[in-house]
Write a protein that binds this ligand. Structure first.
Ligand SMILES: Cc1cc2nc3c(=O)[nH]c(=O)nc-3n(C[C@H](O)[C@H](O)[C@H](O)COP(=O)(O)O)c2cc1C
Length: 163
């Protein structure tokens, strides 16, 4: 599979507040995870799929939080991909500190500025598949924050760009 070139995305979500019954409780933290196992599934209705390692922090979070987002990273965002692939750093607020983002209207999840595209999704189905969970989401909103720029790719264990 390392010979299959893939685009790189950042999957994001907002953790639920610690006490959902308390309206004064602080908002949950943002979480992000680098992924290549992301694909479009259906156009009508618009469905996409991300495959998450079972028991990873994003898998646990999306088990509770049905709203999430995907930012399709550009070739200039390799540092973001590297940072959000680190183990155990999923919801560290500092990770987002110098990353430009807006809060998605439909999901509350961070959408990375300068990404080639962003999708906001609601989980429709979770399918256990071996040691991964296939999370199928309906696309609620799609945007293209950056008009141009090439994609960030991953091939044979390295980040690459076109050309
Ligand atoms: C280029 C790249 C692509 C990745 N793709 C996926 C993926 O599609 N699904 C996944 O579960 N993890 C993927 N990972 C691994 C996660 O980014 C990484 O394991 C996670 O951030 C660590 O979270 P954890 O602390 O919960 O284990 C990828 C890592 C890299 C560097």
């Amino acid at each position: 599979m390392s010979r299959l070139a893939g685009g790189v995305v950042l999957v994001t979500a907002q953790e639920p507040p610690l006490d959902p019954d308390d309206p004064g409780a602080p908002d949950g933290e943002y979480a992000g995870m680098t992924a290549t196992a992301f694909l479009s599934v259906s156009l009508d209705p618009p469905l996409v799929l991300v495959s998450l390692r079972t028991g990873s922090r994003m898998d646990d979070l999306l088990d509770e939080q049905p709203l999430w987002a995907v930012s399709v990273l550009s070739e200039s965002q390799r540092h973001i991909a590297g940072r959000f692939a680190m183990k155990g750093r999923l919801s560290d607020r500092l990770l987002f500190e110098d990353v430009p983002y807006v809060r998605g209207e439909a999901t509350g999840a961070p959408l990375v500025g300068g990404a080639l595209g962003t999708l906001e999704c609601r989980t429709e189905q979770r399918v256990e598949a071996g040691d991964h969970t296939l999370v199928i989401g309906r696309v609620l909103k799609a945007r293209m924050p950056s008009a141009d720029g090439g994609p960030l790719l991953y091939f044979r264990g390295r980040y690459r760009q076109l050309g």
